[in-house]
Design a protein around this ligand. Structure first.
Ligand SMILES: Nc1ncnc2c1ncn2[C@@H]1O[C@H](COP(=O)(O)OP(=O)(O)O)[C@@H](O)[C@H]1O
Ligand SMILES: Cc1cn([C@H]2C[C@H](O)[C@@H](COP(=O)(O)O)O2)c(=O)[nH]c1=O
Length: 214
């Protein structure tokens, strides 16, 4: 039975790496995958991991129809034994419905990867639809850590080095950016709620929040 699996976690927890590993393991056994992404930091039509690995992918912009693309590919004699879809938080709910249809009507496994919530702790529409439709939700096992040592569960956005809670939902970017750039930092819920990034914690070094990690 084919499945729609949603692999999720914070930024920088290894989702793209896992996507590339799944692709590697399956293609090494002669299976053929169809790889999609949207707005990867490395550019259009690339699925990249911070470990330095990357592969070509089909860019799934707004209006792209996953189901129609797969049907056209198969009708033209192409093969697709599984689908990998990275940065799935950026997909529209309709596109996630199309991925579910790929599973149900074409009987192809779909492995989707994405962050669940944005910098305001709100669900991305694509992630919400994946949570609603997935056969299985897998939270990544390699924990990203907050500066305090707790498991990071939330994504913070920083502008000019300060955490912000207002702005456009989508701003492509990375962790560990220079202070003047828009950047991201993963935090535990407590420090996200208190808007305490690593830099803010350093600045408030006398706060009990910055007791050393045990
Ligand atoms: N220099 C490094 N050495 C070892 N592991 C690294 C290094 N840089 C990044 N990583 C690993 O890569 C992970 C990020 O992987 P990536 O697939 O790009 O994340 P995601 O897609 O979830 O944002 C980090 O959590 C870390 O485990
Ligand atoms: C929290 C948050 C993130 N983004 C962007 C930033 C990155 O380009 C991607 C996440 O990529 P990763 O491979 O999981 O690190 O999402 C955003 O646009 N809005 C946000 O609120």
């Amino acid at each position: 039975m084919s499945e729609l699996v949603y692999f999720c976690g914070t930024m920088d927890c290894g989702k793209s790496t896992l996507a590339l590993q799944i692709e590697h393991n399956r293609s090494a056994r002669g299976l053929r995958g169809m790889i999609f992404t949207r707005d990867d930091r490395a550019g259009s039509g690339v699925l990249s991991s911070r470990l330095g690995l990357f592969t070509k992918a089909v860019e799934a912009a707004d209006g792209f129809d996953f189901y129609a693309h797969l049907v056209a590919h198969l009708s033209g004699g192409g093969r697709a034994d599984y689908v990998i879809a990275d940065e799935a938080q950026f997909f529209t709910p309709d596109q996630v419905d199309q991925l579910a249809r790929v599973v149900d009507d074409l009987e192809i496994d779909v492995f989707a990867f994405g962050i669940t919530t944005d910098f305001r702790t709100r669900l991305f529409p694509g992630s919400q639809r994946l949570v609603e439709l997935a056969d299985r939700i897998e939270v990544l096992q390699v924990e990203a850590l907050c500066w305090c040592g707790a498991r990071a569960t939330h994504n913070a956005r920083t502008v000019g080095g300060r955490m912000v809670v207002e702005g456009a939902q989508v701003v492509v970017g990375d962790v560990n950016q220079a202070e003047h750039e828009v950047g991201y930092e993963v935090l535990c819920r407590r420090h996200h709620t208190r808007r305490m990034t690593a830099a803010a914690a350093r600045a408030a070094a006398l706060s009990p929040d910055v007791l050393p990690v045990e």
